[in-house]
Write a protein that binds this ligand. Sequence first.
Ligand code: NDP
Ligand code: 8X3
Length: 257
Amino acid sequence: MSRLKNQWVLITGASSGFGAAAARAFGAAGANVLLGARRVDRLEEVAVEARQAGAPAAHVHALDVASTASVEKFAAWTRTHTARLDVLINNAGGAKGFDTVAQGKDEDWEFMMQTNVLGVLRMTRALLPLLTGNPGSSILNIGSIAGRTAYEGGSAYCAAKAGELQITRALRLELSGTGVRVATIDPGFAETEFSLVRFKGDEARAKKVYEGMFPLTAEDVAETLVWVASRPAHVCIDELVIKPTDQAAIHKVFRRT
Ligand code: NDP
Ligand code: 8X3
């Protein structure tokens, strides 16, 4: 029987990509899911899919991780459903722009820091009380191979994901003895809305990122999250890197012509 059955799983950025796939995958494992993002209409659709997959309960609420007030409201709403969380997935985030530092835009930098870095801190601070009384619970932060290796045009995104990595490592130390597990899951290329957001709606440019290679799917990452969260309570997967077979390194992508 799934260890996740009837557990409570909170997922940020659940309106698309990894977050939406995770809602369906944790639902299929019998978990209850609490879903947040800014696009509530999309969240409602994902909640239906999660219930169809097997979630006993799937609830949604607007969430902007770039706002402390929004995070606090979301945490209060969470408490109306459960006094205990089993898995917190800090997934909301992404990249905006592909500029060099010389050409960088403040609003792009601010989006990346607000979501990938401050969003993780805010959400974790707000929800920790629901995790610390529950040994065996997990915080799964979504990092990136970009947090481990820099690339041209990725300065702020790489910095943001490197920030996420160090937040995860600090939390792991701070929560020692509580029984709360902390992990970073760091994917390489995955075809979601990520590149569409990065290239501000330019579909052709977004598609080109994955041209001639087999990227990860959102389901690949969701399946990995379910696996990490369903290890026995005494096992913590601290850091997990998952890349397409075609992506040997951030700059080395095998493409079929
Ligand atoms: P998507 O663009 O498909 O999903 C991003 C999600 O984040 C959406 O649900 C979006 O919802 C949400 N989000 C963005 N800003 C906010 C905000 N301020 N408040 C709340 N939610 C927000 O991309 P992915 O699924 O690929 O990305 C998920 C995570 O994975 C991100 O952290 C990304 O950096 C990371 N990642 C992605 C990789 C890839 O190649 N795809 C590889 C490695 C890591 P909404 O717009 O409705 O608010
Ligand atoms: C997304 C992966 O390589 O496009 O985090 O930055 S990459």
